[in-house]
Design a protein around this ligand. Structure first.
Ligand SMILES: Cc1cc2nc3c(=O)[nH]c(=O)nc-3n(C[C@H](O)[C@H](O)[C@H](O)COP(=O)(O)OP(=O)(O)OC[C@H]3O[C@@H](n4cnc5c(N)ncnc54)[C@H](O)[C@@H]3O)c2cc1C
Length: 505
């Protein structure tokens, strides 16, 4: 017997996820209490969970995908990667329009932003891909189960029991040989505050009714930098306040430095080494008080504040404490195939200790876990070859070691740097700020790290990852033909720059 459960979203995260056109979704709450024993139950349908579920189906496993919200796709699809990149694309078009006359297009000198349509397009894209996920689940024979999943303890006779709580509080159970926990992460807040219409996280900011006149962004990691870039393009006065000495702290120092210069050139007020002391509501908006690098107190008011100070793992309330799963500051410790210390329990995505919180990392960790469960040959996540992309204007794409990390690891390092100013395609697309920086091992010429700031950096970095996977060396890459005129030629020039022989600079 199977019964259908359909429930509406609670206001809050789920509602924001589904956008204003929130449709009622229904999942089959399958014969969970009856005889089925799944090969694997995945808790959470973000990019980590849904990828694991699809690959599990492809490998012939009987898979259940458990989701507490009424839509599949998690943070990435609803309030992360996809909506933000949609807004960034719109902002890019808007920025190009500012130069319309230069491109030979007249009469667009007074364009007007239709924010409602910007949001509509974002929602339409999210909806399209949400439906696509539903299709992929059917195609791969994955049973989608509505409800909040919780482990009940270790397996008995090799079978785990996952407790399910449906939207209306109804409880049921699901039996499975393996469990993959993919519950994702939530935005951290400061001072125990709750987000609202003025103090925003990535969720609220994605559906604000109008472009704010002014915005303070607390935190200059990828999320903060991308929103700063979007709203600056749309004309907001943007202030960044970052605790660490530089913006985009995990990136190579030269990237942070040049991005800071370019952001300042765009009119963004960038403040680093600043400790936020207070966020208060005012009559007109919000006031943020921070202690600056010089120890002085600074107060600034804005219409909205975005808190983008990192994301905490959702590992509470999922029953991990009833198992041997080891936790490190909320993150789950795993072995090379994503196995936890509890037999038959795996962890993937944003909750994993030591993995960057990125959708593609989550997806690959899901593939590794489920391949191992299927008893097939797998390759662990290659932690040192993960592309990190920030889709701001200008973009950042990086992989491998920064120059400082390579030196710390004891390499004698050779660096090649090529500015986009010397690349003809960059001039054609009217985007010639930034550079490609190659960090190579001086002894064998192996490429250790690639750091790109500039046009299509988030696409160009794919070549670098492939090169590093294949342990490519400078002398091989200097003779690798790149098409002309392309932005990718700047990679060729940067490899050659390691030997001081870039052609175009
Ligand atoms: C603004 C923003 C922009 C981003 N942009 C990018 C980007 O461009 N590229 C990139 O790679 N990464 C980006 N990220 C990060 C990316 O979104 C995350 O790394 C990714 O979503 C993590 O995937 P996940 O599957 O681990 O978790 P999530 O996507 O968070 O999904 C977890 C799912 O589990 C469900 N769940 C939780 N607990 C339970 C439970 N007990 N029972 C049932 N279901 C449960 C949740 O409802 C959710 O659907 C961005 C993040 C943000 C916030």
């Amino acid at each position: 017997m199977a019964f259908r459960a359909s429930f509406r979203l609670n206001r809050g995260e789920s509602a924001a996820r589904a956008g204003d056109g929130a449709q009622e979704w229904s999942f089959v709450l399958a014969d969970t209490t009856l005889n089925t024993i799944y090969d694997v139950a995945v808790i959470g349908s973000g990019p980590a969970g849904y990828t694991a579920a699809i690959r599990g189906g492809q490998l012939g496993l009987k898979v259940a995908l458990i989701e507490k919200d009424s839509v599949l796709g998690g943070t990435c699809l609803h309030v992360g990667c996809i909506p933000t990149k949609t807004l960034l694309f719109n902002a890019e078009i808007w920025d190009h329009l500012k130069h319309a006359t230069e491109y030979g297009i007249d009469n667009v000198d007074a364009p007007q932003l239709n924010w409602e349509n910007v949001l509509k397009r974002k929602t339409a894209i999210v909806d399209k891909h949400t439906k696509g996920l539903g299709f992929l689940m059917k195609k791969n024979k994955v049973t989608v189960v509505a409800g909040f999943g919780r482990l009940t303890g270790p397996a008995k006779d090799g079978v785990h029991t996952v407790e399910l709580t449906a939207g209306d509080g109804t409880k049921s159970q699901l039996k499975t040989k393996n469990v993959i926990v993919a519950t994702g992460s939530d935005a951290k807040m400061l001072f125990g505050m709750k987000p609202d219409d003025r103090i925003l996280t990535n969720i609220e900011i994605l559906s604000i009714p109008a472009v704010p006149k002014s915005l303070i962004v607390i935190g200059a990691g990828a999320v903060g930098v991308e929103f700063a870039s979007i709203f600056r393009s749309y004309g907001s006065e943007v202030t960044i306040v970052e605790f660490l000495p530089r913006i985009m702290p995990p990136e190579d120092e030269e990237i942070s430095k040049e991005l800071t210069r370019l952001f300042k050139k765009r009119g963004i007020d960038v403040n680093t080494s600043c400790k936020v002391e207070k966020i208060e509501k005012t009559a007109a908006g919000v006031k943020v008080t921070w202690t600056g690098a010089n120890g002085k107190t600074v107060e600034k008011e804005a219409e909205k504040v975005l808190v983008a100070v990192g994301r905490g793992p959702r590992t509470e309330a999922v029953g991990l404490e009833k198992t041997k799963v080891e936790i490190d500051r909320g993150f789950v410790k795993v072995h090379e195939a994503q196995e936890t210390a509890e037999p038959g329990v795996y962890a993937i995505g944003d909750i994993v200790a030591g993995l960057p919180q990125l959708a593609h990392v989550g997806a690959m960790s899901g593939i590794v876990a489920v391949t191992k469960i299927a008893g097939r040959k797998y390759r662990p996540v290659q932690r040192e070859r993960i592309p990190a992309c920030t889709y701001s204007e200008p973009q950042i794409g990086s992989a491998g070691l920064t120059e400082a990390q390579a030196k710390e690891k004891g390499y004698t390092v050779k660096v090649g740097k090529f500015p986009f100013a010397g690349n003809s395609k960059a001039t054609i697309v009217n985007s010639h700020d930034g550079f490609v920086k190659i960090v190579a091992d001086a002894k064998y010429g192996e490429i250790l790290g690639v750091h790109i700031l500039g046009p299509s950096a988030t696409e160009l970095i794919a070549e670098a990852v492939a090169v590093m996977e294949l342990e490519g060396t400078v002398d091989e890459l200097m003779f690798t033909i790149h098409a002309h005129p392309t932005l990718s030629e700047s990679m060729l020039d940067a490899y050659a720059a390691v030997e001081g022989m870039a052609i175009n600079a």
